[in-house]
Design a protein around this ligand. Structure first.
Ligand code: SAM
Length: 384
């Protein structure tokens, strides 16, 4: 818990009479020591900090509410008591009550009469459902970050990084996050950005590097039966899941291989290479981009989907989720790269640096495209 001085500062209760007769804030000081004048704006800074701490608390409640199914249940119920909500969700009432009361304080939950609660109508689309609009899904990263924080603090002290195995459930969470986007728009909006739909229908060779659990590959293989697809990843767990989905779908034109894509030795083997959120956490990103360039046939296309941000840190102050990106980077993306002795590009490497690295890898034609409804990602279409 914070100190009394923290609370006093944020609530204005710590104001004292100054020697000149004015009233001003004082820095907390030891008994018997003279009070020190605080820099201007310290009250506002303290308020800001308390808002951050409070919002972080709301993020944790949302993550638990999402993962336990509480939010989806509330979205489907009329105003209800915490006992009715708990019964409908199959959850423990005491926990439900605590979470509902916490979210009530944020405005995400509304009180509807004596002892009855519901999600605020405007929040229903953004905290429930399987689609891309459900932002509560992203709060799982907050709680995942908490699990590995002690190891990250050690890395901050001594250098080095973490391994993918340090993040329990990472591949599943990542796969669910990207499946929501890909189910909604891979075929209808993302792939058309490459200009390759016609050739995919006719039959070409496609590789997806850092494919994770491979859902994008399976969606493409099902949609374009004349083309041949390979998903590459160095995680046995992810490749196992990818193979299972392709088998369950009966796909004969999709295969998945365990491979370090920095070591990719294929030359002129593919007409289209895709990388979904799989370059910035590479240990050797420059080698991977050069390998992709070599693996493309003449006239081939590389679609690189990666985080949309600026390579100029000050410019990211404009980005409403920049701090979240830097947190993910510190705790995961940069850290797993450093853990392999890698470059540690970081999640926020930015589109300017991405373009420069693509050109250095031999891509002469680099286009940055937007996708309506996905402000988080940059869609880069590159050709040799
Ligand atoms: C952030 S995940 C993205 C996964 C997937 N493309 C998606 O959008 O859900 C990055 C993936 O790259 C894989 N990866 C990282 N470095 C790799 C390397 N050198 N070779 C192969 N896979 C790699 C990781 O195992 C992980 O599955």
């Amino acid at each position: 818990m914070g100190t009394t001085a923290d609370l006093d500062r944020a609530t204005g209760l710590g104001q004292t009479n100054e020697p000149d007769g004015t009233t001003g804030p004082v820095r907390a000081h030891a008994p018997g020591q003279p009070a020190e004048q605080e820099p201007e704006g310290t009250d506002l800074a303290a308020e800001h900090l308390l808002r951050i701490i409070n919002d972080a608390g709301a993020g944790i409640l949302l993550s638990i509410g999402y993962q336990s199914g509480l939010l989806d249940t509330m979205g489907a119920l009329p105003p209800a008591s915490t006992q009715q909500i708990a019964d409908a969700a199959g959850l423990d009432e005491r926990y439900v009550r605590e979470i509902v009361h916490g979210l009530l304080s944020t405005g995400i939950v509304e009180a509807a009469g004596e002892g009855a609660f519901s999600l605020g109508p405007a929040y229903v689309p953004v905290v429930t459902g399987p689609g891309v609009d459900n932002l509560a899904r992203m709060t799982r990263y907050l709680t995942l970050m908490g699990e590995v924080t002690p190891k990250v603090v050690e890395a901050v002290r001594h250098g080095g990084g973490l391994g993918y195995e340090d993040y329990p459930g990472f591949h599943r969470i990542q796969a669910e996050e990207s499946a929501a986007v890909n189910d909604a728009s891979l075929l209808s909006e993302i792939i058309p950005l490459t200009g390759e739909v016609g050739r995919l229908e006719a039959g070409i060779d496609v590789a997806d590097i850092g494919c994770g659990q491979g859902h994008a590959v399976s969606l493409l293989a099902r949609a374009f039966p004349a083309s041949r697809f390979v998903g590459l990843d160095f995680s046995p767990e992810a490749i196992g899941e990818a193979r299972a989905e392709a088998a369950a779908w009966g796909l004969g034109n999709a295969k998945f291989e365990l491979a370090d894509v920095a070591e990719l030795s294929d030359e002129s083997a593919f007409d289209l290479v895709t990388a979904f959120d799989a370059i910035h956490d590479q240990a050797r990103p420059a080698d991977v981009l050069a390998a992709v360039r070599r693996a493309l046939r003449p006239g081939g296309t590389f679609l690189m989907v990666d985080i949309r941000a600026s390579s100029v840190p000050a410019e990211n102050a404009e980005l409403p989720w920049a701090a979240f990106l830097y947190a993910i980077s510190t705790v995961h993306c940069m850290s797993v790269s450093l853990g392999q002795g890698g470059a540690g590009l970081g999640t926020v490497w930015g589109v300017q640096r991405a373009e420069r690295m693509l050109r250095e890898a031999g891509f002469g034609d680099v286009e940055l495209k937007d996708l309506d409804g996905d402000p988080f990602n940059a869609y880069v279409v590159a050709r040799p």
